[in-house]
Write a protein that binds this ligand. Structure first.
Ligand SMILES: *Cc1c(COP(=O)(O)O)cnc(C)c1O
Length: 391
């Protein structure tokens, strides 16, 4: 169930906003206040009971962040959402709120690096067990189920090699066994993929990427049912307190206004850039879900409306000097981590490796992750072309 463009426009432009409360200002105010005052002790007492719904103290509900909370829940087809200081804070809260000592998680291979650290290093200290599986086969999830399995953790597609998981099938397997499914949806954004339609329980975002869209904010969001968000609010959200500042919520609201148009532009440009690279004689392989050559193209088309701007190439050369020369020769792509902004970026796998020991990182050393922003397609293709000519 995708929303129509009309419904998306309504969510982005007016849903959750109460302009008559703030002089009918078109842009919402930044409610830079830590606390909110009440007229009587009775009001104060009654409001404390609804700390997850009304502005009481900004570690709980803040009016600026609350607008974003309502819009994100609507975009992800869930009842509610919670906004955090980073994607990692949202992921940690969602995972920890649903696990006890001795329970087991089945997680897709190669999730976001700090998600892997959360499951492998941090939660193992508290007796949580984890199995990583190749998520391209749904059966691998059922095969990994144990008596103590409580959670499936998905990331579709992942952000280096873009393997996808069949969300519908995996959620069905989970539901039969009473297992929760969490999915990192940062790559697709709610414009291109809405996993709640298949019954996924918690949808996670690094809002530092597409929701912000301008490389100026670090933030995270989880979207879930009212019951689930209330439970997380009362435990990890309020206890660990990894909340967003009102100004950053305001920046995300501003980013959200242009999300659909940015995603459309990026999909168009990335299609052209990946097709150019796939035909180039110095490029061995392009990893992008919407290329004809991608083994999961049918699944990509089923679950996602369009591709994102992130993809990976493998150069033909494996010579680290030439790989570095290619990267250093690019003039318009910035050499930087992260993605989702207006600017195109490049991030080579050799950065993740010890220069004395290139193979340690687990990724082929000729892999380069590229992010396509909002620039003109030919401007980007010309730059890639001149840098490839140098090696
Ligand atoms: C960046 C990223 C995260 C972490 O988000 P932060 O906002 O940096 O904490 C999680 N998942 C994916 C897929 C990411 O790209």
């Amino acid at each position: 169930m995708q929303y129509s463009p009309k419904e998306i426009s309504e969510i982005i432009n007016s849903h959750g906003e109460e302009r008559d409360l703030y002089y009918n200002s078109v842009a919402p105010p930044i409610m830079q206040s830590s606390n909110f005052a009440f007229r009587s002790v009775r009001d104060l007492r009654e409001s404390l009971k609804k700390e997850d719904e009304i502005p009481f103290y900004t570690r709980g509900v803040n009016p600026t962040s609350d607008i974003l909370r309502k819009k994100m829940a609507a975009l992800e087809h869930t009842e509610d959402s919670l906004i955090f200081a980073s994607g990692s804070a949202a992921i940690a809260a969602a995972v920890m709120a649903n696990l006890h000592m001795g329970e087991h998680v089945v997680c897709v291979n190669k999730p976001y690096s700090w998600t892997k650290k959360l499951l492998n290093d941090l939660l193992s200290r508290f007796g949580v067990e984890v199995t990583f599986v190749d998520g391209t086969r749904a059966e691998n999830f059922s095969d990994a189920i144990r008596e103590n399995t409580r959670m499936f953790y998905l990331e579709s597609p992942n952000s280096w090699t873009f393997e996808m998981q069949d969300i519908e099938t995996i959620v069905k397997i989970a539901r039969k066994k009473g297992i929760l499914t969490l999915i990192d949806n940062s790559y697709a954004s709610p414009i291109n993929q809405t996993p709640a339609d298949y019954g996924a329980d918690i949808i996670l975002h690094s809002a530092s990427k597409y929701i912000s869209g301008h490389s100026d904010t670090v933030a995270g969001i989880l979207c879930a049912s009212e019951e689930m968000t209330r439970r997380i609010f009362e435990s990890e959200f309020m206890t660990l307190g990894g909340i967003i500042a009102p100004f950053n919520s305001w920046l995300l609201l501003r980013g959200l206004r242009t999300l659909p148009i940015r995603m459309e532009r990026i999909a168009g440009t990335t299609g052209k850039v990946t097709q150019f690279l796939e035909k180039h004689r110095k490029v061995k392989k392009v990893y992008y879900p919407f290329l004809q050559s991608h083994p999961q193209l049918t699944l990509a088309k089923k679950q996602m409306k369009m591709g994102g701007g992130l993809f990976t190439i493998e150069l033909k050369t494996e010579d680290p000097v030439k790989i570095e020369e290619f990267c250093n020769s690019l003039r318009t792509f910035l050499l930087a981590c992260s993605w989702g902004g207006h600017e195109s970026l490049i991030y080579p796998a050799i950065v993740l490796m010890d220069s004395q020991n290139y193979h340690k990182g687990g990724l082929p050393l000729n892999m380069i992750r590229i992010y396509v922003g909002l620039e003109d397609p030919d401007y980007l293709i010309n730059d890639l072309s001149q840098a490839l000519d140098r090696i």
